[in-house]
Design a protein around this ligand. Structure first.
Ligand code: SF4
Ligand code: SF4
Length: 295
């Protein structure tokens, strides 16, 4: 049996808002009984894009997280509603019946993800339907997925082992936005913003960018020993992503012919190590200050 789900690969998202606009285009001014009535022109974000500024100057970046209804397996919105005004379909899609849900404002507050919106004019709670009105007429994916230019959104049947969405979930690379809610979300994520450590390697003798410097980060988040390696780019910049918060990591920066540097990064926030200046390994001659070396 089909069980619809979606994977949001945030490492591919460039924040273009096409998914949000496609959703708005589909539902604003359009009624799709018995799935939904039209979305108001302002104030509703059935596909919400959350922008989060990350890092410390000068290493600052923005993470975009797209957040629709999670179409939970154990949805509290269903139990909050009277007269079966919210229900889960056999394919896992959770629908707010636009007629039965009239004047049931409590439905809005039932969702811990805050993805249900109140339509003041129509006096009804509303949210993402995974474009069920289109799927039921043969569409393979919702409008937001079709509109995404980067392939960040993947939609399909979680119970079909050869579907892209099922294979992404089976790979172990995805996670829920809020697993602590324990609701069994059918929407999962790759690349949710966690913490990153960045820095810039510099060769101290020439003051040139430390291109090719090796960077090794070690730590023990959750008691598990972690070692991650990367290489500084042609600007000497390096970055290690997806780290646990509130940890202390050791970062070793090294390059052939240079003394290695070891630094500490605390991930109570994204951490910028600054310029990591590598000094050349001194020859015995230079150590003794004697032309021709030791005698
Ligand atoms: S995300 Fe919220 S609105 Fe969607 S199914 Fe879960 S509880 Fe209901
Ligand atoms: S359409 Fe795709 S790339 Fe654009 S904001 Fe949405 S998820 Fe990101």
């Amino acid at each position: 049996m089909t069980r619809y789900g979606m994977v949001m690969d945030l490492t591919r998202c460039n924040g273009c808002y096409n998914c949000f606009l496609a959703c708005r285009d589909e539902f604003s001014g359009n009624d799709f009984p018995p799935y939904s009535v039209s979305q108001p022109n302002t104030g509703h974000f059935w596909m919400r894009l959350v922008e989060k500024e990350r890092g410390q100057y000068p290493k600052v970046k923005v993470a975009y997280t797209s957040v629709p209804c999670m179409h939970c397996e154990a949805p509290p919105c269903v139990t909050s509603a009277r007269d079966e005004a919210v229900y889960s379909r056999g394919d896992g899609i959770v629908i707010i019946d636009p007629h039965r849900a009239v004047e049931q404002r409590q439905i809005v507050d039932s969702c811990p993800f805050r993805v249900i919106f109140w339509n003041e004019e129509k006096r009804v709670a509303q949210k993402c339907t995974f474009c069920a009105h289109l799927l039921d007429t043969g569409w393979k994916e919702p409008r937001c997925v079709e509109a995404c230019p980067t392939g960040a959104l993947v939609f399909g049947d979680l119970d079909d082992p050869v579907s892209d969405v099922a294979q992404l979930v089976a790979s172990g690379a995805t996670e829920e936005l809020h697993p602590e809610y324990g609701l069994g979300a059918a929407v999962r994520y790759i690349g949710l913003p966690k913490r990153f450590v960045a820095g810039s390697a510099v060769f101290g003798d020439t003051d040139r960018c430390g291109e090719g410097a090796q960077v090794v980060l070690t730590g023990a988040p959750g008691g598990q020993v972690l070692q991650v390696t990367t290489v500084a780019d042609n600007y000497g910049d390096f970055e290690l992503e997806g780290l646990a918060a509130d940890m202390v990591y050791r970062v070793k920066v090294s390059a052939p012919g240079y003394e290695a540097r070891e630094l500490v990064a605390k991930t109570n926030t994204d951490f910028y190590l600054g310029d990591v200046v590598l000094q050349p390994v001194l020859s015995p001659a230079a150590v003794d200050g004697v032309p021709g070396g030791r005698s």
